[in-house]
Design a protein around this ligand. Structure first.
Ligand SMILES: Cc1cc2nc3c(=O)[nH]c(=O)nc-3n(C[C@H](O)[C@H](O)[C@H](O)COP(=O)(O)O)c2cc1C
Length: 171
């Protein structure tokens, strides 16, 4: 059974997780912006997406490849500032078709944000966001940045890949 990892990253954390998962599983890793990356060539897919402004940035690619994605076993991992919970679930639900989500296992990973790496406009947006964010921890992170990237957090994904492979071997 052959699988592959398809990711969409803006600042690098999702890409880093995708490569760690690739190293641990031996699966090939593709940026969805790579025109040669074709999900049809694989039996199962691991989709990784950064969350930017309350949406998964892989959403357009996912919609344009919907038919091929629906036909295959899938694991979704998101990379965000917010941790797992209803807020993140609502952003995932607003980003992907219901039918796709209903057939997909979701693992929430946490990323990083360094305000110094953002352009001036984005820094202002983050600053305003921090001012109006009612959650004091999230507000602090919007202002000062954060780094929650943690290699060990890919474990639940590795377990799911093992399970997919084992189920397929039994067929
Ligand atoms: C402009 C911008 C907007 C963001 N919007 C959100 C958001 O809506 N929710 C969230 O939980 N994290 C948000 N984040 C944090 C990102 O999810 C985090 O930086 C993550 O590591 C991005 O993945 P990437 O490094 O692969 O691009 C935002 C970060 C930036 C820079």
């Amino acid at each position: 059974m052959n699988g592959a990892i398809f990711f969409s990253s803006k600042y690098g954390s999702t890409e880093q997780y995708a490569h760690w998962i690739g190293q641990a599983t031996g699966l090939p890793v593709f940026d969805v912006n790579d025109a040669t990356a074709d999900p049809k060539e694989y039996d199962f897919l691991i989709l990784g997406s950064a969350v930017i402004f309350y949406r998964l940035i892989i959403r357009k690619w996912a919609k344009s490849n919907l038919t091929d994605l629906l036909d295959r076993s899938k694991i979704l991992f998101t990379v965000s500032g917010a941790g797992a919970g209803p807020k993140l679930d609502s952003w995932v639900a607003a980003s992907l078709p219901k039918i796709l989500l209903s057939k997909m296992d979701h693992v929430a990973l946490r990323g990083s944000m360094d305000p110094k790496k953002l352009n001036w406009g984005l820094r202002q947006i983050m600053r305003i966001g921090a001012l109006i964010n009612p959650d004091p921890q999230a507000s602090k992170e919007e202002r000062g940045g954060f780094d929650y990237v943690d290699k060990s957090s890919i474990e639940p994904i590795l377990k799911r890949v093992e399970r997919l492979r084992a189920n397929h071997a039994m067929l």
